[in-house]
Design a binder for this molecule. Structure first.
Ligand code: PNS
Length: 159
């Protein structure tokens, strides 16, 4: 059994994330989508809300489960017998950052990282931009799954 983790903040999960999760699910026996908790960053969505949305949009993927983690990603991998980290690459700036983390994680634990080229349809999509655009009333319908869009609109309306 080859297990992989798709880690991230997922505040909120976007269509770009979902593309990488779906492609990872084809490559690995089991994929854990792990919401990493960063106590220095106050997100728009709570960790529970992020988990609920990811659970809903990955319901069609039988080998995908969802979890959260506070701490080093490599410790999560060790504890759950995960041999690979799967992530998407949108740009050269992503690559610089991701390569450094991949090398560090391998140095710390031996875990391998698979960096997949993003679908260019979602190359410009990030959670931060989606939140910013939604906050100012812009249309993000095509950038996030339906359930995320609805919750985002409700959050913005309540602010
Ligand atoms: O969605 P993001 O914010 O780009 O994801 C970054 C994330 C959460 C995957 C990365 O910051 C991470 O792995 N954090 C966990 C803490 C950790 O292991 N840090 C050392 C990385 S080498």
């Amino acid at each position: 059994m080859v297990r992989a983790v798709c880690p991230g903040s997922y505040d909120p999960v976007t269509n770009g994330h979902l593309d990488i999760i779906e492609r990872s699910a084809k490559l690995f026996d089991e994929v854990v989508v792990a919401v990493l908790i960063n106590k220095n960053k106050k997100g728009l969505f709570s960790i529970d809300e992020r988990l609920e949305m990811i659970t809903e949009i990955t319901g069609h993927l039988p080998n995908v489960r969802v979890d959260s983690w506070h701490g080093l990603l490599v410790d999560y991998c060790r504890q759950h017998d995960i041999g690979a980290i799967a992530k998407g690459l949108r740009s050269v700036s992503d690559f610089d950052y991701e390569l450094q983390m991949a090398q560090m994680n391998r140095e710390l634990s031996g875990v391998e990282t698979l960096l997949m080229s993003n679908n260019p349809r979602f190359g410009f999509v990030s959670s931060s931009l989606v939140k910013e655009i939604a906050t100012y009333g812009g249309d993000v319908k095509n950038l996030v799954p339906g359930v995320v869009f609805e919750r985002l609109m409700a959050k913005v309306a309540a602010q």
